[in-house]
Design a protein around this ligand. Structure first.
Ligand SMILES: [Zn+2]
Length: 420
């Protein structure tokens, strides 16, 4: 067990320590400026055509059935394959092009996916790679072998069980669920799995709210998030489109185009767009007692439109024989995180107006609405003019810290009073 691919738990415990204000709590964590080598490479590139995957599960302690676990594995592998198929990924690298075969675990296994199971060998080796204890990880991807000539890795993904001796450590007083996998038949396990598979495919962490964001895992441990999951929740519709929520306030002389576009009244208004799994909702407040009203609503059509932004890197080991190289090549590109597209037909509640909108959600879960009016394209309509302070009642927006939310609400109320 030479290479631990990620230390998600370290990031998590850092978050917990800082939010509790106990600055001196917790062990050492490292940022590192170490030269990048193959430690973060995808486990398979173009020369690997077939990958054997197996599932090992302690059904009783993990909390879902083997059949469900296998379904989650298949779904998430297919999801990643679709992402790679929809991009112009470097054909020399060929990440995510493999055929994945779900088979019983044996010597030929390339990737073991272990739901609440650690072999005695893994338990013994765990401390040697310096990570936190297994029970502090909701999930972790560990590469145990890497063949630098063929650029081929082997390893396992481990998800902690919710019961038994390996039980995941949670703090129920801080909103974490006692049994996270019992919500929506283990839907959260599917999303954690998608994140860990991202590491297997060569992605590091990103700072937004996309699938590779460490905070995503933390949110998935919370009762509040878990209670919104449904059995068929996929990563795409919960952590891209659902996270979107933006709002702006506009003074009486601002936002002329936007007012016409959305059919808004005169005077100071605040507008907020909120997206759930299948719907875009537009809320409006006026300077009249400060109550949000549903103004318009529309059904989302997210389709499969997405674009992977180039940003990852594959390190080329000196002795590799897979990828043709120029003399000084050290890296090849890996497609980066996703930008997703969708559309919606928005209808005002009073039925007077219907508008077509294009929607983009970028890797940091920023929501951009674009429409057209009188033959002109209005890009990022909500943000085109006005101040960013419609935090009111959207305080559960996952993008904002509590302090930021509070100051947004305060600003919003202040602006209302001064009739800004
Ligand atoms: Zn991670």
């Amino acid at each position: 067990m030479k290479n631990m691919v990620r230390t998600l738990g370290a990031t998590l415990s850092f978050l917990l320590a800082t939010t509790s204000g106990a600055a001196l709590a917790g062990g050492w964590t490292m940022g590192g400026g170490k030269l990048r080598k193959d430690g973060e490479n995808p486990w398979w590139v173009k020369n690997t055509k077939d990958v054997n995957v197996c599932v090992d599960i302690d059904e009783a302690n993990f909390g879902i059935t083997r059949a469900r676990a296998e379904q989650l594995v298949t779904n998430q592998l297919n999801w990643w394959k679709r992402q790679f198929a929809s991009t112009s990924s470097d054909p020399d690298v060929g990440v995510g092009t493999q055929n994945f075969h779900l088979r019983p675990c044996d010597e030929s296994t390339d990737l073991r996916i272990q739901f609440g199971v650690l072999t005695p060998k893994q338990q013994k080796a765990w401390p040697t790679f310096g990570a936190d204890k297994p029970n502090s990880y909701m999930g972790i991807a560990v590469r145990t072998d890497y063949d630098t000539v063929n650029m081929r890795g082997k390893g396992f993904i481990y998800l902690s069980p919710q019961l038994g001796p390996l039980k995941l450590e949670v703090d129920t007083n801080r909103g974490q669920a006692e049994r996270p996998w019992s919500y929506a038949n283990g839907a959260a396990a599917g999303i954690v799995l998608a994140h860990e598979l991202g590491h297997v495919f060569g992605y590091g962490h990103d700072s937004g709210l996309g699938i590779m964001a460490p905070v995503l895992i933390h949110f998935l441990s919370l009762r509040e998030t878990l209670s919104t999951l449904e059995e068929n929740t996929t990563y795409t519709n919960i952590f891209k489109f659902e996270t979107g929520s933006v709002g702006r306030c506009y003074s009486a002389n601002e936002f002329a185009d936007g007012r016409r576009f959305f059919g808004l009244p005169q005077g100071p208004v605040c507008l907020a767009a909120s997206m759930n799994r299948s719907e875009l909702q537009l809320y409006l407040t006026q300077n009249d007692g400060n109550k949000w009203k549903l103004h318009a609503t529309g059904t989302l059509n997210t389709g499969n439109d997405s674009e992977i932004l180039g940003s990852g890197l594959v390190y080329l080991p000196k002795d590799q024989t897979v990828i043709p190289v120029m003399q000084s090549d050290i890296f090849r590109g890996l497609p980066g995180p996703l930008r997703e597209f969708g559309s919606v037909e928005l209808r005002t509640i009073d039925g007077t107006l219907t508008r077509q909108l294009a929607i983009e959600v970028d890797p940091s879960a920023n929501l951009v609405l674009t429409g057209s009016l009188d033959g002109r394209v209005l890009r990022n309509i909500l943000e085109s003019a006005g101040s960013n302070n419609a935090g009111h009642e959207f305080t559960n927006s996952r993008r904002q810290s509590q302090a930021k939310q509070k100051s947004d609400v305060m600003n919003f109320l202040r602006n209302l009073k001064t009739g800004r």
